[in-house]
Design a protein around this ligand. Structure first.
Ligand code: NAG
Length: 158
């Protein structure tokens, strides 16, 4: 599984993009009741992401893997999340990932052009995902509001 994730990541990072075509959809996680698919919405690059646990009962300390080549410096990094169901917005929030005085992750402060690979826990509120299909838009941007990564995802919970 680890070998597979690493192979996938290398593939995702080097896969060339044909003119104006969308990036392929990747599986972030899948089990009997929950499936999370994502697609990069950054026209310039794809990235690798997966979650080690895939349960509708979301654990407060979820282990994830994330790999990307940085388009921008990330001394400051913010995540915007917007959640939609049936076309209606149901939740929006912004989360500081890296702040100058509060670098929460080992990769905070890395520079444009560097490749980062993070495998470890992320803190999130533990909750049960209600049955349904959700669309999620995620955007990572730095202190200059330059996009670092962008993804849209579909979460299907049965
Ligand atoms: C991302 O958005 C595009 C355009 O709306 C859509 O066709 C695609 O299915 C979405 N991908 C995922 C994984 O949700």
């Amino acid at each position: 599984m680890k070998g597979f994730a690493a192979a996938f990541l290398v593939w995702a990072l080097v896969s060339p993009q044909g003119g104006g075509e969308a990036w392929p959809a990747h599986t972030a996680c899948r089990d009997g009741n929950l499936e999370v698919l994502y697609q990069s919405c950054d026209p310039l690059q794809d990235f690798g992401f997966s979650a080690d646990q895939c349960s509708k009962q979301l654990k407060p300390n979820l282990n994830i893997r994330f790999g990307i080549v940085l388009r921008e410096d990330i001394e400051e990094l913010f995540l915007d999340v917007a959640l939609f169901a049936k076309g209606s917005s149901i939740l929006k929030f912004s989360y500081p990932v890296c702040e100058v005085d509060l670098p929460k992750f080992s990769f905070c402060g890395r520079k444009k052009g560097e490749q980062i690979y993070y495998a470890g826990p992320v803190n999130n509120p533990g909750f049960k995902i209600p049955v349904g299909e959700y669309q999620v838009l995620l955007e990572l941007y730095n202190g200059d509001h330059s996009t670092v990564a962008c993804a849209n995802a579909t979460v299907t919970c049965s």
